[in-house]
Design a protein around this ligand. Structure first.
Ligand SMILES: [Zn+2]
Length: 178
């Protein structure tokens, strides 16, 4: 989207009245309108997953008329991302803690185990017989979803092949915000 139209310095993050704005300038403008300021917060954080691997995240806080939105996004494409909503006049420190708890919880279980056949072909197993995570549009076609599980993208075909280990079983699908 290019540079922010207000400070002309930072990369823009959001469009407001068709003007590209960076997060800082957007929050400052919202603060004037809403009478709430974004308290300072960590810009980055490292979180260890259930398997002991460390993931680097970028944190963002956005003021919005409906409330305060905080998210963490892993600094790799298709990685983990988590979002939490708080009340406009609520405790922003508490919001951050809830977000971090959500991220830790979301990274604790390895849903997919990857292995290799002797011929080098990769296979995937579901060690706990369950699968959860984020639906995203695929890079090539926005109408075709991919599932991002444990910070990795899986195509619908790959997910289908995992399900073939369970031929004859039933599957339960539910859309949730974990
Ligand atoms: Zn700006």
């Amino acid at each position: 989207m290019g540079k922010c139209q207000v400070c002309k310095k930072n990369e823009s993050y959001i469009r407001f009245d068709r003007n590209p704005l960076c997060l800082d300038c957007y929050n400052e403008m919202m603060a004037k309108q809403l009478g709430v300021t974004a308290t300072s917060y960590l810009e980055g954080v490292a979180i260890k997953d259930g398997q002991g691997k460390v993931h680097q995240f970028r944190l963002r806080k956005r003021l919005d008329p409906i409330g305060i939105i905080m998210d963490v996004e892993e600094e790799t494409e298709g990685g983990y991302q988590f979002r939490e909503y708080g009340e406009l006049h609520g405790d922003q420190g508490d919001l951050l803690l809830r977000l971090l708890a959500k991220a830790e919880n979301g990274m604790s279980e390895a849903y997919i185990e990857e292995g290799k056949f002797p011929n080098g072909q990769t296979y995937h197993l579901l060690p706990n017989d369950r699968l959860a995570r984020r639906v995203e549009p695929s890079g090539e076609d926005r109408d075709i979803p991919v599932l991002v599980v444990n910070g990795k993208q899986y195509s619908w075909d790959e997910v289908g092949r995992m399900l073939m280990h369970y031929e004859g079983f039933q599957v339960q699908m539910e859309m949730v915000d974990l």
